[in-house]
Each structure stands twice: as structure tokens, then as C-alpha cells.
Design a protein around this ligand. Structure first.
Ligand SMILES: Cc1cc2nc3c(=O)[nH]c(=O)nc-3n(C[C@H](O)[C@H](O)[C@H](O)COP(=O)(O)OP(=O)(O)OC[C@H]3O[C@@H](n4cnc5c(N)ncnc54)[C@H](O)[C@@H]3O)c2cc1C
Length: 562
């Protein structure tokens, strides 16, 4: 198979030669390095390569070129290779152009010339971008293929699972893709129910359960040991941070995740307010980076495996997993976050995954190409999803019950929504019913002021109407607030004598400690937590500090003569 392309574009021959030389030195083993002496020549070459089915990984383009600026060239290139990483070469005076290009052409980085030595100033940046690109790159005939109906619930479930577990796959639509029928025939699976997953070695799975699929594609679902120093439940930002700090500080750490790494943040198309990433990063990137960091420090990660029960015996907290396996540790961190609130209207249950989606904007983006779609909700997650979907859909309509977005959405998102031509805001609007037999066809929307109900054609509805903790499995074991959030530290309820019911120790609970000593709560699942990635990461890291204090006190108490 032909190597993916890295292209350098600059009108100054000496600079172009130097850029191409630096690129060749490091990347020519894995990539084909091309160069073009103008924006127009570069686009001509890219069009030809597109026809030939090539993949473009990276474009490194000078901003100052006479016939066409770098930003103008990248804008055109975006339509040909939307997934290629984009780097602008700038002089100091072009910094403003580069910053506005971050939004305009989804610029991934800008680099100031010159960059000597490249080992310090060029390669780390490009390595990072190429790693990201590789993570989403699907070579045509390698990897997993999924055959199914575009709007089927089961198909969506499988695709979402693979995407969120960062497993590259190729989707083949049985109705529109001739290769889908051919592959199904070749796999002798013509009568097998869809979706069918064709694995790398050619074996097929028909309508697999997620656990079965996870097992077959090599996800780790059963623990190696039965006792750990620390068990963390949930691999959202807070659980992953806890694992990184726990494992890097010498604790034998087990991480348990019921769905896929990244938690809610993993479903975000673009996180723009996380410290240290000025051009933003996708939730999938954040999840992938954090997972490799946690693994590098030695944390063991189980996914998909659900924690179903927690009990305390002989100083150990024992966690039961979906398949009945029990794992024990003296310290646990519950970082199970929150899950989307469901839309409770007629048709919603039936059409979930078949046109109605909860926060699954990324997986469905290509399926809604050129369609009219709706986003329900006025928070930041709805705004991010709407902007992302607008890159693919014919039109995106945001439905909000209130009068506008100003009070519920960050200002930078509102501004961007207002300037996106195929995005419309419908205020005072709520969905009353979803219509469609096999898949979503239309929605009934009520207008709050007139009470009138309109039926609008709709191919997809993405719902972001808040979230709630799923802590039923901890009810009666840990103190919960009326909404099900975990109470910890100062928030724990006390009786009239100022005591926390069931608390066995003389000391007060640590700040993130729940009503059971040694069990900590971190991130969105905690009562009164700030619902932000940075806060979740902070709490995950902080919980580990308390774990050390807790384990230190246990070790001290166990010393002879104590
Ligand atoms: C679409 C979207 C976009 C967002 N964008 C931003 C943003 O740009 N900036 C920002 O600061 N915040 C953003 N947020 C909010 C941010 O993602 C959350 O505050 C953050 O993810 C909370 O992290 P957490 O680790 O506490 O929980 P979560 O991210 O909710 O993760 C919890 C994890 O625990 C797992 N789990 C739950 N129960 C169990 C169980 N019983 N057993 C095993 N595993 C379990 C879940 O599957 C999940 O993976 C966004 C949220 C969404 C939904």
C-alpha cells in the first residue's frame, strides 16, 4: 500500500528545500514527502492524489506566498483532505493570521521560522500531530470492517464502541456500498443478522455483544490479579488522572471502565478550554494520550467491564465486576461521572441509535453528510457538537427551551455558532415526538409561546440535555445526595450529635473521602463538583494524595506494638 503523504509548500526554493530535507530525514520511512513551490501547484497535486485514493497525513504550508496565502491554500485543501493535519509556517509578523486561522481552517499548529534545531523545535510538534493522525487513520484494506444498516441501533452501538475504544474500523453500509454485500458473501455470512464485524484475520461476528467484541479485538476485560493497592472505577478524565498519579507514585493500580476510555470528555468533538492546548484537542485524543500515559506507568486497565457491587471485609474494599469476578484493594476511587439524561417523548426509546443519539456526534458525523439534523440543548456540549456537525450536515438546528444561548453556553461558542451559515437556533422549542418506522424521519416541535406544534423532517437528533450520576449500585453503601451524587468530606451528612452515621474512625473524613474510609469520590460524580475536565483531573490527582495518607495510616497502625 502507498505511504501516506506529507506535503511541504513554500515559494522560496531554499526554504522549501530545507523543510523537505528536515521532513525527509525523520519521516521518509513511513511517509511519502512531497513538495510544491506554490499554493496552486500544491492543490493541483493534491487533487490528483485524491483521485488516486491517496491519504494525506500532514500539510506544512508557508503563510507568505505571492499567488495564494498559506491560509487560503489550507482552506481549499480542507475540502480535499479534511483529516490531514495542518501546520502553518509563519514569521513573527504573521502571528495574528495564524491565530485566526486556528478557527478558520482548523489549524493544528503554527511554527515560527527558523526552527533550528529541528530535534527540539520541529519534530516534537510534528510527531505529536502525526501520532494523532495515525490514531484516526484507517488504511483501506487493513483492520476491522463493520457491515450494517446505516441507521440501525445495533450498528450504531458497535461503531460507537469501536470508535470510543480507539479501534480503527471501516464502516460498510449494506444499502449503499457494493463492497458490503460482496464482503458478506465472501465471509459466507449472507444470512447472518447485521451488523457483522469482520476481524483482521477474516473471522466474523454477527450482532456481537460489546463484551464479546471487546474480547475478540484484544481489549483487556479480566483482571490479572485479585488484590491491588488502588482500584479506580471509571476512565473519564478524573479516573485516568487518578490512575496516572497512582501508578506513577508506585501504587499497583487497577482501572475499571464499563464502556470506553475518556468518559464524557471522550465524546467531545473539540475541547478548547483545557489548559495547555491552545488549538484545542478532541476528546478521543485526550483519552488516547491519557490511556497511554496510565499504561506507561503500569496501571492495568479493564474495558469494557462494569463495577456492580462494593463491599468491605477485613479492611479491604471488594469490587464485583460484571462477570462476577471480585477484586480487592484497601483504597478505591469512584470516578464514575454522569451519564446523559434521556429524552422522554414518544418514539425516543424505539429510535435511539436509529436517528436519535446521545452525545454521539463524532461517530455519526459522516452518516449525516448533507442531511438536516437537530441538536437539542443549550450547554457547551451541545454547542461543540452543533459546530462539529455543521462541517458535515446540510443544516443543523439547535433547539433550546429558553430564550437564547447566552446564559448557558460559553461566549466563544455562541459567537462561532452565530457566524456559521448552516447553523440555526430555534428558541422556545421542545421536541414532543419522534417519527419514523425503521429510522428517524421527522420530529414534532412545540413552540413555547404559541403552543403550536410543527412537524419537521429530520434525519438525526443529537441530545445534550444534562446528565445524572449512575450510582444505584452504591446506594445503601456510600452516602448519596437526593440526586444520587456521592457525598464526601465536608458534605457528608451528620446526625444531631455531629457524627457521620457508620463512620468508624476517630478522625474526620479527608476532603474527597466518602462515608466509608478508604473509598474516595472524584470528578463529576461527587456532590457539588465543578463539571469541567480540568476539575475532574484535579480531583483525580488529589484523591491519590488522600489515598497515600490513608494507606500510610493503615501501615502505621499495623506496625508491631501499635
Ligand atoms: C460532549 C461533551 C463535551 C464537553 N466538553 C467539555 C469541555 O470542552 N471542557 C470541559 O472542561 N468540560 C467539558 N465537558 C465536561 C467534562 O467532559 C466532564 O466534566 C468530565 O468528563 C468529567 O469527568 P469524570 O472523570 O468525572 O467523569 P466522566 O467523564 O463522566 O467519566 C466517568 C466514566 O466512568 C464510567 N463508569 C460509570 N459507571 C461505571 C461503573 N459502574 N463501572 C465502570 N465504569 C463506570 C463511565 O463509562 C465513564 O467512562 C464536556 C462534556 C460533554 C458530554
Amino acid at each position: 500500500m502507498e505511504k501516506p503523504i506529507i506535503m511541504a509548500v513554500d515559494d522560496e526554493p531554499s526554504v522549501l528545500a530545507a523543510v523537505a530535507r528536515d521532513l525527509r530525514r525523520r519521516y521518509s520511512g513511513d511517509y511519502l514527502i512531497l513538495r510544491a513551490a506554490s499554493g496552486a501547484k500544491a492543490l493541483e497535486e493534491l487533487r490528483e492524489r485524491k483521485l488516486a485514493g491517496a491519504s494525506v497525513a500532514l500539510l506544512v504550508v508557508d503563510q507568505r506566498m505571492p499567488d495564494m496565502t498559506g491560509v487560503e491554500m489550507l482552506r481549499e485543501a480542507l475540502t480535499l483532505f479534511p483529516d490531514a493535519k495542518r501546520v502553518l509556517l509563519t514569521a513573527y509578523a504573521d502571528t495574528n493570521a495564524a491565530i485566526s486561522a486556528i478557527n478558520e481552517v482548523h489549524l493544528d499548529q503554527y511554527l515560527m521560522k527558523p526552527w533550528d534545531p529541528p530535534e527540539e523545535l520541529l519534530y516534537p510538534v510534528l510527531d505529536d500531530l502525526l501520532d494523532d493522525w495515525r490514531a484516526g487513520y484507517m488504511p483501506v484494506f487493513e483492520g476491522i470492517r463493520v457491515i450494517g444498516h446505516r441507521w440501525s441501533v445495533e450498528g450504531h452501538r458497535v461503531r460507537d464502541f469501536l470508535a470510543r475504544n480507539l479501534v480503527p474500523y471501516r464502516w460498510l453500509d449494506i444499502e449503499n456500498d457494493a463492497e458490503a454485500g460482496e464482503l458478506r458473501r465472501l465471509a459466507s455470512a449472507e444470512d447472518a443478522p447485521l451488523p457483522i464485524v469482520v476481524l483482521r484475520d477474516g473471522t466474523t461476528l454477527s450482532q456481537p455483544t460489546l463484551a464479546e467484541l471487546g474480547d475478540k479485538i484484544g481489549l483487556h476485560t479480566a483482571p490479572i490479579g485479585d488484590t491491588y493497592d488502588l482500584i479506580v472505577v471509571g476512565t473519564g478524565p478524573s479516573g485516568l488522572a487518578a490512575a496516572v498519579y497512582g501508578a506513577s507514585e508506585g501504587l499497583r493500580t487497577l482501572l475499571v471502565e464499563r464502556e470506553a476510555p475518556g468518559g464524557q470528555a471522550g465524546t467531545s468533538s473539540r475541547i478548547e478550554n483545557y489548559l495547555g492546548f491552545p488549538v484545542g484537542l478532541s476528546g478521543a485524543d485526550l483519552a488516547r494520550r491519557s490511556m497511554s500515559q496510565a499504561s506507561r506507568f503500569g496501571a492495568e486497565i479493564l474495558s469494557p467491564t462494569e463495577a456492580t457491587k462494593l463491599e468491605t471485609r477485613d479492611g479491604y474494599h471488594i469490587l464485583t465486576l460484571t462477570d462476577g469476578t471480585a477484586v480487592a484493594a484497601q483504597a478505591h476511587i469512584v470516578a464514575t461521572g454522569v451519564s446523559y439524561r434521556l429524552l422522554e417523548v414518544p418514539g425516543a426509546e424505539r429510535l435511539t441509535g436509529a436517528g436519535l443519539f446521545y452525545g454521539a456526534a463524532i461517530t455519526e458525523a459522516l452518516a449525516i453528510k448533507d442531511q438536516d439534523v437537530f441538536v437539542v440543548g443549550g450547554g457547551n456540549s451541545a454547542g461543540q457538537a452543533a459546530l462539529y456537525l455543521a462541517n458535515f450536515a446540510h443544516s443543523v438546528t439547535i433547539l433550546v427551551r429558553g430564550k437564547g444561548l447566552a446564559e448557558t453556553m460559553s461566549h466563544y461558542l455562541v459567537e462561532r455558532i452565530e457566524s456559521t451559515p448552516n447553523l440555526t437556533l430555534l428558541t422556545g422549542a421542545s421536541i414532543k415526538e419522534l417519527h419514523g418506522e425503521e429510522s428517524l424521519e421527522a420530529i414534532s416541535v412545540a413552540d413555547a409561546s404559541s403552543g403550536a406544534v410543527k412537524r419537521l423532517p429530520a434525519r438525526a437528533v443529537f441530545v445534550f440535555i444534562g446528565a445524572a450520576p449512575r450510582t444505584q449500585w452504591l446506594s445503601g453503601i456510600l452516602q448519596l445526595d437526593p440526586q444520587g451524587y456521592l457525598l464526601a468530606g465536608q458534605d457528608l451528612a451528620r446526625d444531631e450529635r455531629g457524627r457521620i452515621p457508620g463512620w468508624p474512625l476517630a478522625r474526620d473524613p479527608f476532603w474527597l473521602e466518602t462515608s466509608v474510609p478508604g473509598v474516595f469520590a472524584a470528578g463529576d460524580v461527587r456532590h457539588s463538583s465543578v463539571k469541567r475536565i480540568a476539575s475532574a483531573v484535579g480531583e483525580g490527582a488529589m484523591a491519590v494524595t488522600f489515598v497515600h495518607k490513608y494507606l500510610g495510616a493503615l501501615a502505621l497502625a499495623a506496625l508491631p506494638g501499635r
